[in-house]
Design a protein around this ligand. Structure first.
Ligand SMILES: [Zn+2]
Length: 281
């Protein structure tokens, strides 16, 4: 619980009768920093929020009632001391609430959430095209348009995935420990946002099937000949295949196009081998 080690005079009185004076004494002060302020309703963005503590509620519940999902919070101090999201807010307390300082490292221990075993995402339908782009740069990005909010939260929890969405209500679910409220509207801007926000290992471009998220495996040309067009058979010799859907991939003009796009968005330097042909490793 978030205990005040040096309560102010105003915090001495617990919430009681609803005279105006007691109401003022029963308030806690919440200070939102950086981009978290943009998630508050407009009148509250200007400065500290005075929150009347008239019921027993966790910091998570209070902060979320003001519009900020707990997944957006990366620093939490109560009267100058480290606090937890499940601590109970008390009158007179002053909370300092901080956003992430990118790059975020979800595989490392953090005071507010457990470390993930690996970097893997779960993509909500409202940012569906982001799933394909994350897969193109080799990142594990699950996506299933059939899943509702409850199932998305459960899957993110069970598989240790970072939930990517533009839905603040979804990120408020307790099962979701790691998530990002995607700010950018366009898919390539979203990709840049995510690759800037999270620290990733060097990206293995085109190592994963953009359709079904499975890792591609090298395959002998002879084994996939029946699947190839005549020109592809003639000009290309190195092929990869998806063990999930069976699609075959090779270096085509789309690879150069993709590399140019990555350069345009400043992401080229994040590749494992920026100058290699990804299908001829
Ligand atoms: Zn596939």
């Amino acid at each position: 619980m978030c205990e005040s080690s040096n309560p102010t005079k105003q915090a001495d009185t617990a919430p009681g009768r609803r005279c105006p004076e007691n109401k003022a004494r029963a308030a806690a002060v919440l200070v939102f920093h950086g981009e978290l302020k943009t998630l508050l309703r407009r009148p509250r963005r200007a400065g500290p929020v005075s929150y009347p503590v008239d019921r027993r509620a966790s910091i998570k519940d209070v902060v979320e009632s003001l519009g900020v999902p707990h997944t957006e919070i990366y620093g939490l101090q109560c009267n100058g001391r480290q606090a937890g999201l499940e601590d109970i807010l008390a009158p007179g307390q002053r909370l300092e609430i901080h956003p992430a300082v990118p790059p975020v490292e979800p595989l490392r221990d953090h005071p507010l959430r457990p470390a993930l075993p690996r970097l893997a995402f779960l993509v909500d339908e409202n940012v569906a095209r982001l799933a394909g782009l994350l897969r193109l740069v080799g990142l594990d990005a699950a996506y299933d348009r059939e899943l509702g909010d409850k199932d998305l939260a459960r899957l993110a929890h069970e598989e240790g995935r970072i939930l990517l969405t533009r839905d603040t209500a979804l990120l408020k679910r307790s099962l979701v420990t790691h998530g990002r409220l995607v700010r950018a509207a366009e898919p390539w801007d979203q990709l840049r946002e995510i690759l800037t926000f999270y620290r990733t290992a060097p990206l293995r471009l085109l190592s994963r099937c953009p359709r079904c998220n499975q890792l591609l495996a090298p395959v002998d040309k002879q084994d996939v000949l029946p699947l190839l067009e005549p020109k592809t058979k003639r000009y290309y010799r190195t092929f990869h295949q998806c063990p999930g859907c069976g699609r075959v991939y090779w270096r085509g003009s789309h690879v150069e196009k993709l590399m140019r796009r990555l350069s345009k968005y400043g992401l080229h330097a994040k590749l494992e081998n920026p100058d290699d042909n990804p299908y001829e490793r």
